[in-house]
Design a protein around this ligand. Structure first.
Ligand code: ADP
Length: 290
């Protein structure tokens, strides 16, 4: 059975596959690094982006937020980063909020600055001189495989390399938590696959906690230790899927039956969250996939 086929063939009921989103009482592991409790976010225009979100992120996890557009994934990242506040409910960090790194969907590099200057930026804004910052900029560039590109300009780089610079910029402050908002969505599949591989290695090397927003079932399963599936209108967490294959992962995991099975489970959970029939049912009825 190939991977596509396995995704199309529901063998178990949805109830067998989908665990409800964790309640605060169902977290037997380490205490949460950060917890969202009963979080609502209503924007000034009246849009309820999030309603009653319960989410724990534990130290060292790679948590993906997976769901349709508009279900509030980016809003959760913005809440975690302190860029916006909840309308109701609480976000509690264990102790002081740690250093955070934020990677956006677009690399958002300044085109007139070198790679070095782009990566230095967060330290420069914190008052760190060029000379003091140099070892940390070089370390960050090395971590993303761009040693030797410090003097290049963004126009000289491919899309994947620009995203690597953007990740280096997030790493230069040595964050304990990396917040990543669909960083690879605009890249071609080959580049995306390579960056997925490198992100797994990077996460393992850093030991950082990662909260990652994606639309991609395949990407979320490959990268994550846990996937939180979200539904829209209003945005909320509706299911969790643990991916217990050990890190680091590689091509062997991507080609494994365990990966295909986890993709199938995740795909079904996403369909349920979107009120869609399971993929197999749609294929049989001749509907186009979404
Ligand atoms: P996602 O990341 O899952 O696509 P978002 O978190 O970006 O979803 O948005 C959730 C909902 O909140 C969407 O309906 C979006 O239009 C709305 N929204 C996001 N930011 C704002 C804002 N600043 N003002 C008003 N509505 C917003």
């Amino acid at each position: 059975m190939d991977e596509t086929q396995s995704l199309r063939t529901p063998l178990m009921s949805l109830a067998d596959l989908i665990a409800p989103a964790a309640s605060p009482r169902e977290t037997p592991e380490a205490p949460a690094l950060v917890s969202l409790r009963g979080v609502d976010k209503v924007f000034a225009n009246g849009v309820t982006a999030l309603a009653g979100v319960e989410l724990d992120v534990r130290e060292g996890e790679f948590v993906s937020l997976l769901g349709p557009s508009g279900c509030g994934k980016s809003t959760i990242l913005r809440l975690l980063s302190g860029l916006t506040s909840p309308t109701r409910g609480a976000i509690a960090w264990r102790g002081r909020r740690p250093e955070l790194g934020f990677v956006f969907q677009e690399p958002t590099l300044t085109p007139w600055s070198t790679v070095f200057a782009n990566v230095w930026l967060p330290l420069r804004l914190a008052g760190v001189s060029r000379a003091q910052a140099a070892p940390r900029v070089e370390e960050a560039l090395e971590r993303v495989g761009l040693s030797g590109f410090a003097n290049a300009f963004p126009r000289e780089l491919s899309g994947g390399m620009k995203m690597r610079v953007s990740i280096a910029r997030a790493l230069v402050t040595r964050p304990a938590v990396l917040l990543m908002d669909e960083p690879f969505a605009a890249l071609d599949e080959i580049t995306r696959t390579k960056l997925n591989d490198d992100l797994v290695a990077l996460k393992c090397g850093l030991g950082a906690t990662v909260v990652f927003v994606t639309h991609s079932v395949y990407e979320s399963v490959y990268l994550s230790t846990r996937i939180v599936v979200m539904a829209a209108r209003p945005g909320r967490a509706v299911a969790e899927i643990a991916v217990d294959a050990p890190l680091p992962r590689n091509e062997e995991f991507r080609l494994s039956a365990a990966y295909a099975e986890k993709c199938r489970q995740t795909s079904l959970a996403l369909c349920a969250a979107m009120d869609l029939p399971p993929p197999g049912a749609r294929a049989r009825s001749g509907e186009a996939s979404t």
